[in-house]
Each structure stands twice: as C-alpha cells, then as structure tokens.
Design a protein around this ligand. Structure first.
Ligand SMILES: [Ca+2]
Length: 142
C-alpha cells in the first residue's frame, strides 16, 4: 500500500508547427518533502527532419558547375547516377526535376540568369515539403 502519492507533471512551451525549439519542464514529487524539477531546452526536427544542401549542387560536391547540369540531364535521359541530391537538382524550386532544371542552372552559370532559390549559395537547411520529398543520398554540408 502506497501511503504517499507520487506526482509527475510535464509542461512544454509551444513548439512551432512541425519543428523548432522549446522548453520542457518536469516536476516530480513523492508526496512528502522530496521533489525534483528540471527544465531542458529541446529541439524538434519534425517529420522528415531538415537536411542541408546547396540548391543546384546536384552532384553534392560542394559547388555549382556544368557537371551538375550534365548529371541532371544524364539522370533524366540516360539513367545516370551522378545526381546525389534530387532536392538540389530542382534548381529553380519548381517542385520537379526536368530539362528546365538543367537549363535554369546553365543559364545561371553562363548567361547571368537568376540564381537558384535558397538554400543557395552555401549550405543551409530546407523545410520545404518538396525538397524533403526529393531528399539527398549525399550532401557536402556538415
Ligand atoms: Ca556540384
């Protein structure tokens, strides 16, 4: 028979939808004079987590170049395996990888066309559902 009632209370601060930072507070008591309180900062990565890449760096070698455009074209038309990051191969963030993705990249590299949307020009995370669906098998980003 337990004469003392043990209670445990857990409280959290709101965490932004899908992912973000928050606090968790745990309070425990044995019903006498002993209690325990701890507050911890937590980071929730969310479903599918956030991964880092450079948009346009389809080969995942850390830089944009003609090899990325060639890898995209080989992936599309020859079954090539040079594309290591399909999210990065969506160079214009159109939600698809097609010949326009290679043309967009070539136009940027050699004709001064628009730069790829974020994450570019350096490694950064993306929470975009399309990027997460594409994913990366390799990334040069830490
Ligand atoms: Ca590259």
């Amino acid at each position: 028979m337990n004469l003392f009632e043990t209670t445990v209370t857990v409280e959290t601060t709101p965490i932004p939808e899908g992912a973000g930072n928050g606090l968790i507070r745990v309070f425990a008591s044995d019903g006498l004079n002993t209690s325990y309180t701890d507050v911890r900062n937590v980071t929730v990565l969310g479903n599918g987590s956030v991964f880092r890449f450079i948009r346009g760096d389809a080969c995942a070698d850390g830089e944009l170049g003609i090899t990325d455009a060639i890898a995209i074209l080989c992936h599309l038309f020859l079954g090539g395996t040079g594309v290591k990051c399909l999210a990065a191969a969506d160079t214009g963030r159109q939600g698809q990888v097609n010949i326009t993705s290679a043309v967009f990249l070539l136009t940027h590299l050699f004709l001064g066309g628009a730069a790829p949307p974020s994450p570019y020009p350096s490694c950064a995370g993306s929470r975009d559902a399309g990027d997460r669906a594409f994913g990366c098998t390799e990334t040069p980003c830490p």
